[in-house]
Design a protein around this ligand. Structure first.
Ligand code: SF4
Ligand code: SF4
Ligand code: SF4
Length: 286
């Protein structure tokens, strides 16, 4: 099923929410290095697996350097008309980094027509959602890998919450509660919401329909089921086959629209989903 964007003109420009991904591009700004949870499939040497392909590390940018990049890209003949979205997706969790908010503020001032988009693990969403609304965030991705804390505890090894390191099902219960409460509030603000779920065979496939039902009821627009990329604690774990992934997506489609064009992009990707320009090619690298 194609994702329907009718009634939401702005989203027709967003390649990750069912907009024309052959024509419309997005620019990721890698301004968020720190993370506040530990997903078992993440090796911190790489970009955030929320939205990024492991094995390629981004060059971190300050908000000021990010603005230089935005200006260069928007002045470029090829990319200037293609880029519709500015996204912050890592390499850590955007909400754990003040630079995220400053960058959105500056982008909004200078390029108000660009769609502001962000991807998060959702731990801090309830306390940051008002600020994101003030900054004009339009679309939000929350990565939710479980509804059952006991399953989540097999995926998340710890969370860092207001200076405390917590683990086990109780900690994961709080993470999930925050993800859902933040998502609900984002939907009430009218944000367009995508939920990413990393499919880990033998661990969380039974959670996918439960996540879908829950987030659909809270106002999510689309779900993006991503295959596990084996690394870190899950280095020896088998990823889903293409057929397994498709089966899960097809079943899930009965509950909520599925986004199938995700390329698990780097935190500094620029361009169309299928034909990313390297930062150096667009003159963004210092
Ligand atoms: Fe890694 Fe992203 Fe998970 Fe943080 S939220 S541990 S950066 S995958
Ligand atoms: Fe937005 Fe995520 Fe797509 Fe980046 S990857 S543009 S943050 S939906
Ligand atoms: Fe879009 Fe997926 Fe790339 Fe994000 S990681 S920009 S959702 S294709």
């Amino acid at each position: 099923m194609a994702n329907s964007c009718s009634g939401n003109n702005k989203m027709q420009g967003h390649p990750c929410f069912g907009g024309n991904h052959h024509q419309n591009g997005r620019m990721h700004l890698a301004v968020a290095p720190r993370c506040n949870i530990k997903c078992g499939y993440c090796s911190r040497r790489h970009d955030c697996a929320n939205e990024s392909r492991p094995g390629v590390t981004s060059r971190l940018l300050t908000p000021e350097e990010a603005m230089v990049k935005v200006r260069e890209v928007m002045a470029s003949k090829v990319l200037g008309s293609m880029i519709k979205v500015v996204g912050i997706a890592g390499p850590g969790d955007p909400l754990a980094n003040e630079e995220t908010f400053e960058t959105f503020r500056q982008v909004g001032e200078e390029f108000p027509h660009l769609i502001k988009c962000m991807s998060t693990n959702g731990l801090l969403l309830p306390e940051k959602i008002d600020l994101l609304q003030e900054l004009g965030l339009h679309s939000l991705t929350v990565t939710i890998n479980a509804i059952d804390p006991a399953v989540g505890a097999k995926i998340y090894s710890h969370i860092l919450y207001h200076g405390r390191k917590l683990n086990g099902p109780q900690a994961v219960e709080m993470l999930i509660a925050n993800q859902l409460a933040g998502l609900k509030k984002a939907a009430e603000f009218g944000m367009t919401i995508k939920v990413n779920t990393v499919l880990i065979p033998g661990v969380n496939e039974g959670q996918v329909p439960l996540i879908a039902e829950k987030v659909k009821a809270l106002g999510a627009f689309v779900m993006n089921v991503l295959p596990l990329i084996p690394q870190a604690d899950f280095a020896a774990h088998l990823p889903p086959t293409e057929a397994q992934l498709e089966e899960v997506r097809r079943a899930n489609e009965r509950i909520i629209g599925q986004f199938r064009h995700c390329r698990q992009c780097r935190a500094d990707a620029v361009g169309l989903l299928d034909t990313d320009f390297k930062a150096a090619e667009v003159g963004c690298a210092a």
